[in-house]
Design a protein around this ligand. Structure first.
Ligand SMILES: Nc1nc2c(ncn2[C@@H]2O[C@H](COP(=O)(O)OP(=O)(O)OP(=O)(O)O)[C@@H](O)[C@H]2O)c(=O)[nH]1
Ligand SMILES: [Mg+2]
Length: 262
C-alpha cells in the first residue's frame, strides 16, 4: 500500500497494517514499533524520491568518478574526439595540444551517474616527459590512431603501450584502441581485421570513430564506462568513489563500432 505524506512516500506491508490494527486494539508498544519502522521506511523513500527528482533534473551527485586518458601520435584526433564528446563540436583547424588538457562530463550509464575527467595528452615527442606524469590513476586508457596514417597505428605498440606500462598506476585499467578518421575511407591504410586482432592481442576494446562525422564517439566512451563499472577492482580504486576531485598529474580522479576484449 502506498501513502503520500508531505511529498514523501510510505510503503506499508500488509503485515504492518495488521500489526497497527492490533496495536490500536490493545498494545501501545506494538503501535510504537510500527510507527518507528514506518518512519524509517518513509525517510529512505523520501531520499530515494529526492534522488530520482535530482536524476531527472540532472543535479544528482555522481556515484563514481573515472579518470580517462587519451594517448597517441600527434594529429590523430585525440583533442577532436574529446571536444566532440564533451561539447558536441568539431574544429577543422584544431590546434596541436601543448602539454595536457582535460575536460569533464557527467554521463548516465547503466542506471549509474558517472563523472568522467578525460585527460588529453600532446602527441608530440617534446612533451612526453611532462605528459607521462598524467598517466597516474587513470581508470581507462584510450590509444588513438589515424586510419589514414599507418605509422600512427604502429606507434601504438612501439611507443604508447610501453609508455602506459611504465607510467600508469592502476593495473586493472581498461584499455581501448580507437581507429579515428574513418570518414576518410578511401585513404585508409589499416584494415578493420588487422586492428581487431591487434586490440585483441593486447587485451583492448576496439572502436572505429570519426570525430569529424560524429561516428561512434559517444559509444566509445560509453563502452569504456561500462567496462570500468564491470570491473570491481576499479570501483574500489582511489578516485572512483563519490565526490572525489578532478585529480591531475599525481591525481586520482577522480562507421561501425565493434569491441573485443581478452
Ligand atoms: N577528417 C577528419 N579529420 C579529423 C578527425 N579528427 C580530427 N581531425 C583533424 O585532424 C587534425 C588533428 O586533430 P587533433 O584533434 O588536433 O589531433 P591530436 O591527436 O589532438 O594532436 P596533438 O594534440 O598534436 O597530439 C585536425 O585538423 C582535426 O580537425 C576526423 O575524424 N576526421
Ligand atoms: Mg591534441
Amino acid at each position: 500500500m502506498y501513502i503520500t505524506t508531505n511529498g514523501g512516500l510510505k510503503i506499508l506491508r500488509i503485515g504492518d497494517v495488521q500489526q497497527t490494527r492490533f496495536s490500536f486494539l490493545g498494545s501501545a508498544s506494538v503501535a510504537v514499533r510500527y510507527s518507528t519502522a514506518c518512519e524509517s521506511t518513509s525517510v529512505i523513500l523520501r531520499q530515494t524520491s529526492r534522488s530520482l527528482r535530482q536524476m531527472a533534473s540532472g543535479t544528482a551527485e555522481p556515484e563514481h568518478v573515472f579518470k580517462f586518458l587519451l594517448v597517441g601520435d600527434s594529429g590523430v584526433g585525440k583533442s577532436s574526439l574529446l571536444l566532440r564528446f564533451a561539447t558536441g563540436n568539431f574544429e577543422e583547424d584544431q590546434q596541436a595540444t601543448i602539454g595536457v588538457d582535460f575536460k569533464s562530463r557527467v554521463v548516465d550509464v547503466g542506471g549509474k551517474r558517472v563523472k568522467l575527467t578525460v585527460w588529453d595528452t600532446a602527441g608530440q615527442e617534446r612533451f612526453r616527459t611532462l605528459t607521462s606524469s598524467y598517466y597516474r590513476g587513470a581508470h581507462g586508457i584510450v590509444y588513438v590512431f589515424d586510419v589514414t596514417r599507418r605509422e600512427t597505428f604502429e606507434s601504438l605498440g612501439e611507443i604508447w603501450m610501453h609508455e602506459v606500462s611504465m607510467y600508469s598506476t592502476i593495473e586493472d585499467s581498461i584499455k581501448m584502441v580507437v581507429a579515428n578518421k574513418t570518414d576518410l575511407g578511401s585513404q585508409r591504410e589499416v584494415g578493420t581485421q588487422e586492428c581487431v586482432e591487434f586490440a585483441k592481442k593486447h587485451g583492448c576494446l576496439y572502436v572505429e570513430t570519426s570525430a569529424k562525422g560524429n561516428v561512434a564517439v559517444e559509444q566509445a566512451f560509453e563502452e569504456l564506462v561500462i567496462k570500468c563499472l564491470d570491473t570491481p577492482a576499479l570501483l574500489g580504486a582511489p578516485g572512483s568513489g563519490k565526490g572525489v576531485g578532478l585529480g591531475g598529474a599525481g591525481g586520482q580522479a577522480g562507421g561501425a563500432a565493434s569491441s573485443c576484449c581478452s
